[in-house]
Design a protein around this ligand. Sequence first.
Ligand code: XLS
Ligand code: CA
Ligand code: CA
Length: 437
Amino acid sequence: MEYFKFVDKVVFEGPQSKNLFAFKFYDPEKVILGKPMKEHLKFAMAWWHNLGADGTDMFGRGTIDKSFGVVPGTLEHAKAKVDAGFEFMTKMGIKYFCFHDVDLVPEQKDINDTNKMLDEVSDYILEKEKETGIKCLWGTANLFSNPRYMSGAGTSNRVDVYCFAAAQIKKALDITVKLGGENYVFWGGREGYETLLNTDMGLEEENIAQLMKMAVEYGRKIGLKGDFYIEPKPKEPMKHQYDFDAATSIGFLRKYGLDKDFKMNIEANHAELAKHTFEHELRVSRLNGMLGSIDANEGDNVLGWDVDRFPANVYTATFAMLEILKAGKLSGGLNFDAKTRRASNSYEDMFKAYILGMDTWALGLINAAKLMEDGRIEKFVEERYSTWNSDLGKKIRAGKTNLEELAKIGCDQKYFEAENSGREEELQEILNSVLFR
Ligand code: XLS
Ligand code: CA
Ligand code: CA
C-alpha cells in the first residue's frame, strides 16, 4: 500500500524552485569542504514523532490521523507504521531512523508480551532495511511513560521498578543491535525529583550510574560498537532532572568512569530549556571530546517548554554546523526529534516539515563553510588572545610560574586601560555580510 501518493521522490531543485515537494538548499551530492552534503548531514527520522505523534496536547485530543488505515494499538498497526515509515524515508532520501522500544509496538500489560511483539516487528523492519539500505542510527527504551516510572526508572526508590528498567534496556539494546544500530541513548525524563523532602539524591545517582555500567557491559557483549549517549535536559517532565546540561552530564560520567563509552546527544530545544544556546551545549561537548549526536529541532521563545518544532532558524543551524565541522566526524547524526504543529495535520505537512528541516541544516552547512573560508571572525578570535602567545603567556600556560611572580608583574603594570574592544557588533555585521552576499 502506498500512503503518500502525492509525492514520488523529493529531489533538489534549487532556491528558485516553487515546488513545495523539492529541496531548495539540500543537494545531497554537492561537495562542501571536500565531502558531499549527504555525508556531512546524516539525517534520521524519529519514529515517535513522525509515525506516532497525532497532535494530542493537554487540552485536546489528536488532530492528525496516524492510523495508516488500520486500528491503532494492534500488531497490524505497528506493521503499517513500518510500511509508512520506510515509504517516507525512501521518498525523502533519509537513510537512518531512531526509535524507543514502545514506538515500534504498543506496550502490553505483561512486558514479556511486549517483547514478543518487538521480536516480530523488528524482523519486519529488518526485511525493509535489507530492501532499502536504510539503517538504525540509535535506539532507546522509553523509561518515562509507564506509571511504574512515576518516581524514576534507574533512579527509582524501588528495586523492583529498577529491574523493569533493566529489562527494557536489555531488550532495546537487543533490538538496536539486531537492526544494525551503532549507538544507544539514555534520556532521563523521570530521572530526577520533585522535592528533596522525599528524595535520596546520592543513592539515586549511584544507582543510575550502576545501571549505565551494566548497560555498557551487556551492549559490548552483544556487539554494540558505537557510543552510548546521554541526552541532557534540565526539566520536563521532572522539576529537576539529573542530566541538566552537557557540563553536568559530563561531570557525572567522569565521576563514575563512564566517559569512555558515553558521549552527548545534544538536543537544541533542551539546550534552550537549560537557558543555554544550542551552540553552547555543542561547544562544551566538543571541547570535552564528547559530541556524539544531535537531536535537531528548535523551541519557541514565547512558549517555555519542549515544543520540538522543526528547525527553521538558519543562524542557529549555522552556529551548530561550525561546532560540528570542528568536532570532525560524529558517531551519530542529525535526528529530527521534531513534530508538525497540531494544526499542521496532513500527510503533506509531514513532508514539508522534513524539507524545511533538511533545507535549514543544509543552509547551516553552506553558511558555516562560507564563514570558515572567509576567515575574518576566526582570525579576530585568534588575535584577541594573542597576548597568550607572548613568553609570559606561554610560561603561565606551561605552569612554570607562581602567584607571587604574577602578582609582582600585575602591580608593576599599575593600572589597566580598556582599549582592546571585543567588537561584537562588528562581528555580527561581518556574519551578516558573509551569509547574505
Ligand atoms: C524528550 C526527549 C526524547 C529523547 C529520547 O524530551 O527529547 O524524545 O530524545 O528518549
Ligand atoms: Ca530528544
Ligand atoms: Ca524534546
